[in-house]
Design a protein around this ligand. Structure first.
Ligand code: URA
Length: 238
């Protein structure tokens, strides 16, 4: 929660003094109510803040960083057990945090931001983005296993939504599968595969909504390009 004039100023609407004038003039509303008194606080990641009836752009000046995560790093901002964390792999000019999580042994696409509003939407079931995973599994993934994965699987926290699954390759007793899911439950893909009798040897997230790992080596990170930020926001109805 921050003072309203500060929230408005950080959204690029002008100096704090200018933003105070907007408030005094009755041009600013929070969650549909005009605020005319100073000292009101608001949280732009949950409150709807408008100037002249137009929602303010709280995304201005936010950072979005994409990482190709290697195995062996836990997704957390700080780890009480002092294990290697994903924070060691990104430059932190700001206080950023990972959006969602990848298991310690899962590799691939992980996003970081300081934009709480966008992060909430990525996690919200209503906007759940499609995520693509490539899994190397021990065991022959036959028609039966694929059909079960596609139709949804009963896990201890409920049935999974249908997933799109295809076989990318088969060799000896190994299969390489691509799974596209919308949900983001803890260890979901691993649990789905184990439930149909497949042992996961390697798991990589290769895309998140419109974003892919293309051109990013394992362990590398970079800020999203403006067109990628735009694509992500429109996938989230922002
Ligand atoms: N599903 C998993 O099982 N693990 C991950 O890291 C991500 C999705």
């Amino acid at each position: 929660m921050e003072r309203l004039q500060k929230v408005l100023a950080s959204a690029g609407l002008g100096s704090r003094r200018k933003c105070e004038e907007f408030i005094r003039a009755g041009r600013v509303s929070v969650n549909g109510r005009i605020v005319e008194r100073m000292g009101v606080r608001a949280d732009p990641s949950v409150d709807r803040i408008e100037l002249d009836g137009i929602p303010i752009d709280v995304h201005e000046d936010k950072v979005y960083i994409i990482l190709n995560k290697p195995a062996g790093y836990v997704t957390t901002v700080s780890d009480p057990q002092a294990r290697l964390t994903v924070m060691e792999l990104v430059t932190k000019a700001r206080r950023i945090f990972p959006i969602g999580r990848l298991d310690r042994d899962t590799r691939g696409l992980l996003l970081f931001t300081d934009d709480g509003f966008l992060a909430n939407r990525v996690a919200h079931p209503r906007f759940e983005l499609e995520k693509t995973y490539v899994a190397q599994v021990n065991g022959a993934a036959g028609a039966g296993e694929l059909a079960r994965l596609r139709s949804g699987i009963e896990l201890e926290d409920g049935r999974t939504a249908p997933a799109r699954v295809r076989v990318l390759g088969r060799r000896d007793h190994n299969s390489l599968l691509e799974l596209r899911v919308h949900e983001g439950r803890k260890r979901q893909v691993r649990r789905m595969l184990v439930a149909v009798g497949l042992e996961v040897v390697d798991l990589v997230r290769t895309s998140l909504g419109p974003l892919t790992l293309q051109g990013l080596e394992e362990g590398e990170s970079r800020p999203l390009r403006p067109d990628e930020v735009q694509a992500l926001m429109s996938a989230l109805d922002i």
